[in-house]
Design a protein around this ligand. Structure first.
Ligand SMILES: Nc1nc2c(c(=O)[nH]1)N[C@H]1C(S)=C(S)[C@@H](COP(=O)(O)O)O[C@H]1N2
Ligand SMILES: [Mo]
Length: 442
């Protein structure tokens, strides 16, 4: 196949002419450009866009600010984002980019292939100095509010490393009909790198958890898209039971290196297995709450689904929505890349990963006949709780032609992935339908 990541990247970078885009240009410059209606494409005039498209844009006046022409968005053309390789851009304001399935083939997701999901204006890189960074622990259910430097966190508490699967609650949204608004994630808003840090539990216990504590909430160093400093881009949280789990970390490293800028450097919360919106980036503050945290994007319908099944397109009253907790069972086919040709008579090795929120995946099945029959794949145990699991199978095909390889995971409570898009919901969360890839047998 022609499109591996070693190829010179084409596509979006052409919008910028000769100059490669630099990381700090991705940052909204609040001082010099407070009212700018554009994000990191500010250098790209319409002329540049038209040149890159090879055509003029007759209705250019109607284009919303910051819109990426569909000719670039959601193609599998690699584009350049600092520290990232081969991601597909979905939105430039704020920056959101997902990973094509074949680039998630590694057992541990490399930093360059981890998706990026932002709700607001990125913090300025110069404000992210780990030496000056502090984390405040407070809230009405905290006995002794305390502020820690990263050095203090490192010296006072035991370090832990876990591989943790983080998936955006909206991963798979693009398949819902009628469409839900928001980033049209296909399958790539998921990753499973290792994170190193201290247990949230150890830090909270050192600050004293009052008996009435029910929830924690986080605050990050990014800003609400309006730029209004009194509002947060996002401030979500988890119940105490999840906060106090062994694997819930305040992390400063990912895959033994600094966490990438776009993924929350220098400190982030990681709540594996839950919607990644609970894993606060650029972590500044954690509050211990005596009620369900009420930060931005905790209110219905954000990150909520109906309490009962609804027909597609139903208007669901806010009070009938509930907060998403553990993510559902899901899997990916990460090898081969969809669209390859393969020779008849030679067995085809296929592989991928499977995960199931707080649960473990028990079985993984593959089908080459649109789900009429299923073959059991080899499935490995997770390296630790909340890490994704690797599966592998060898397939044989009866005759030349077009085939799809489908993968279906089953969790340890017996829940399987559906073959079609499940449970329509107003915001398009929790699509865990089977992943499919195409193969030509020749
Ligand atoms: N401070 C902050 N934390 C955040 C977000 C954000 O916009 N700001 N987005 C959340 C959402 S919705 C997701 S899916 C994950 C994405 O993490 P990533 O960008 O490192 O992949 O971060 C979460 N934490
Ligand atoms: Mo998300």
């Amino acid at each position: 196949m022609s499109n591996d990541s070693k190829q010179p990247s084409r596509g979006l970078h052409e919008l910028y002419g000769e100059d490669p885009i630099k990381a700090d240009e991705l940052v909204w410059n609040r001082e010099t450009d407070p009212d700018s209606r554009r994000g990191f494409l500010k250098r790209s005039g319409l002329l540049a866009m038209a040149t890159a498209l090879g055509a003029s844009i007759p209705f250019a006046n109607n284009m919303p600010a910051g819109l990426i022409p569909a000719a670039f968005a959601q193609s599998d053309e690699p584009f350049s984002l600092p520290g990232k390789e081969g991601l597909t851009i979905l939105n430039d304001r704020p920056i959101n980019a997902e990973t094509p399935p074949h680039l998630l083939d590694d057992e541990i997701t490399p930093a360059k292939h981890m998706f990026v999901r932002n709700n607001g204006l990125l913090p300025n890189m110069k404000d992210l100095d780990p030496a000056g960074w502090t984390l405040e622990i407070a809230g009405e259910s905290c006995e002794t509010p305390t502020t820690f430097t990263i050095a203090e966190l490192k010296s006072r508490f035991k370090h832990h490393t876990y591989q943790l699967t983080v998936e955006c609650g909206g991963n798979g949204r693009s398949e819902f009909v009628p469409a839900a608004s928001g980033n049209q994630w296909t399958t790539g808003a998921v990753a499973s790198p290792t994170f190193t840090g201290v247990r949230l539990r150890d830090v909270l216990e050192a600050c004293g958890i009052k008996k009435d504590a029910v929830y924690i909430g986080y605050y990050g160093g990014d800003l609400h898209p309006s730029g209004d400093p009194s509002k947060e881009a996002i401030s979500r949280g988890v119940p105490m039971s999840k906060a106090l789990e062994d694997e819930t970390l305040i992390a400063w490293a990912m895959n033994d290196e600094d966490i990438p800028y776009l993924n929350g450097h220098p400190l982030r919360l990681v709540c594996g297995g839950w919607p990644a919106s609970t894993s606060g980036k650029w972590l500044k503050k954690i509050v211990i709450r005596n009620k369900v945290h009420d930060g931005n994007k905790m209110a219905s319908p954000s990150y909520m689904v109906p309490k009962y099944p609804v027909a597609p397109g139903t208007q669901v009253p806010n009070e009938d929505m509930e907060i998403i907790e553990s993510m559902p069972v899901k899997s990916l086919v990460t090898f081969p890349k969809s669209g390859i040709s393969h020779k008849l008579g030679e067995p085809l090795q296929v592989r991928g990963h499977a995960w199931a929120g707080d649960l473990e995946v028990k079985e993984l099945f593959v089908s080459i006949d649109f789900g009429a029959s299923w073959q059991k794949a080899k499935l490995k145990a997770p390296v630790n709780r909340l890490a994704w699991q690797h599966w592998q199978a060898e397939l044989e095909f009866p005759e030349p032609g077009y085939y799809e390889i489908w993968a279906k995971a089953v969790d340890d409570e017996g829940q399987a992935q559906p073959m079609v898009v499940p449970g329509w919901n107003p915001k398009g969360y929790l699509n865990n339908a089977c992943h499919r890839i195409a193969v030509q047998i020749v």
